[in-house]
Write a protein that binds this ligand. Structure first.
Ligand code: S3P
Length: 170
């Protein structure tokens, strides 16, 4: 079984993905980590040196590579992954389940404020501009996220409870 987790930055895709994979006895992959390891550079460095377009092209290529693997897996994507090129179609075609981890904007702001320097899209913002940016950005991206077969609400939930909830839905 191939399970893909999508959702906005800070929605917990990597944390939940690893726990879900462990619980189901599947391999776990994190697309951002795979990009970093393959290119030998951290994400902010890739954006700074090569630009976002280069990042998006590599992201699509490496997403496809991971989805074509023979082993069963849980894959945590980046927040923008479903929103570019044919990525969402690819995930729908090659994975058994695409799951959207939905988290309310106010909670995303709280989670992302302390780590905004690691997120190239948030890094230039003032803290005071984050609530409006995230609300708008999430709204724009929701039309991609909402194509997932399953949506689970992670707002205010601890990771273990959320993983139990997801397992019951599979
Ligand atoms: C991005 C999200 C990041 C990373 C890159 C772009 C986005 O992943 O892929 O900074 O466009 O939302 P996370 O969702 O794991 O932070």
């Amino acid at each position: 079984m191939k399970i893909v987790l999508i959702g906005y930055m800070g929605s917990g895709k990597s944390t939940i993905g690893l726990k879900l994979a462990t619980c189901l006895g599947l391999s776990f992959y994190d697309l951002d980590t795979y990009i970093t390891e393959t290119l030998g550079k951290e994400i902010p460095e890739i954006f700074r040196e090569k630009g976002e377009l280069f990042f998006r092209l590599e992201e699509t290529k490496l997403l496809q590579q991971l989805l074509m693997r023979q082993d069963d897996l849980v894959l945590a994507t980046g927040g923008g992954t479903p929103c570019y090129g044919r990525n969402m179609d690819l995930m729908q075609e090659l994975a058994d389940r695409v799951i959207y981890l939905k988290v309310a904007p106010a909670e995303l702001v709280k989670r992302l404020a302390p780590e905004k320097e690691n997120r190239p899209l948030l890094q230039p913002l003032n803290l005071s501009d984050m609530p409006e940016f995230i609300a708008k950005h999430l709204f724009e991206r929701s039309r991609y996220y909402s194509r997932a077969q399953l949506t689970v609400d992670g707002t205010g939930k601890n990771p273990d409870a959320l993983v139990t909830e997801i397992c019951a839905l599979l």
